[in-house]
Design a protein around this ligand. Sequence first.
Ligand SMILES: *Cc1c(COP(=O)(O)O)cnc(C)c1O
Length: 360
Amino acid sequence: MSRVYNFSAGPAVLPEEVLREVADEMMDYQGCGMSVMEMSHRSKVYDNIIKEAEADLRDLMNIPDNYKVLFLQGGASQQFAMIPMNLMKNKKAAYVVTGQWAKKAWKEAQMYGEAVAVASSEDKTFSYIPDCSDLDIPEDADYVYICENNTIYGTKFKELPNTKGHTLVADVSSCFLSEPVDVSKYGVIYGGVQKNIGPAGVVIVIIREDLITEDTLPGTPTMLQYKIHADNDSLYNTPPAYGIYVCGKVFKWLKKMGGLSAMKEHNEKKAKILYDFLDESKMFKGTVEKADRSLMNVPFVTGNDELDAKFVKEAKEAGFENLKGHRSVGGMRASIYNAMPIEGVEKLVEFMREFEKNNQ
Ligand SMILES: *Cc1c(COP(=O)(O)O)cnc(C)c1O
């Protein structure tokens, strides 16, 4: 067996230890004679799996009791609609547009009400986070929406916006569990798990209880009502059962690693290796404002498309996979999520140094 260093933005690298564990349990989950894939989501065994996953997540993120944790489907993209459908009581919301995902969410919300872009960084191809200390938020806006870590562009909010008392909604798909967060500052935190937690197919929504109501926009499908899922503990219908089980394993792994403060330290150390190199290199350059750099997604360029392509190709041959930048921006991007070991980044930098020397 040989494993590559996988820098994919998502679905992405998972902890090897977790993969081994789920492989071990594939044919016979803890003596019950079947795989988790084969069992009823109403069984006692599965009930323990989903309850334990939730308890471990609550523990890791220190989630207050007045928040529900929902395990849903439809990806992060489905939340782009679910959020306005459930939260737009006044049919008005404020969006901070910091990249493609934020923009998609903003556009989607326009189908349900007035979605106002209160700040944007599109003028400089989303290479920075706009100043959000004094936004012009409509008085009656139901919420302020951000994409906290911009997977494609590699920027991250280092400080949450001043929402002036409005509910904060955040897409944390690509920075989920990468560092400690104060959940109480948010109304809704959500993310697809395929970036930093588990296999595609699960989206986790952490939502303050007072935001869960029957008062959704007319025509909101049953499956898109938070209340339905909250009232049924994420078991209204068949949940993405196997995916939730793998997420649960990752939560245990994170706890064993020392929790989110330890992860933050680890992630800072890891990202610094790459950013320090980008800052000293004459060939490779980071593409975003230094103050707004993501710890998870690191885009960079040589400034020459042919050289970029050559780099991606040779890197792949050397065992560094998925370094090509997003199709909309080109260049390169190294996604270095929780499960990417430090050696992966050290070896990548070594390879980049060598490539630079050989391609002067
Ligand atoms: C990947 C991603 C999405 C889209 O996720 P899907 O699960 O494919 O819908 C949305 N937001 C962010 C920040 C992402 O990184």
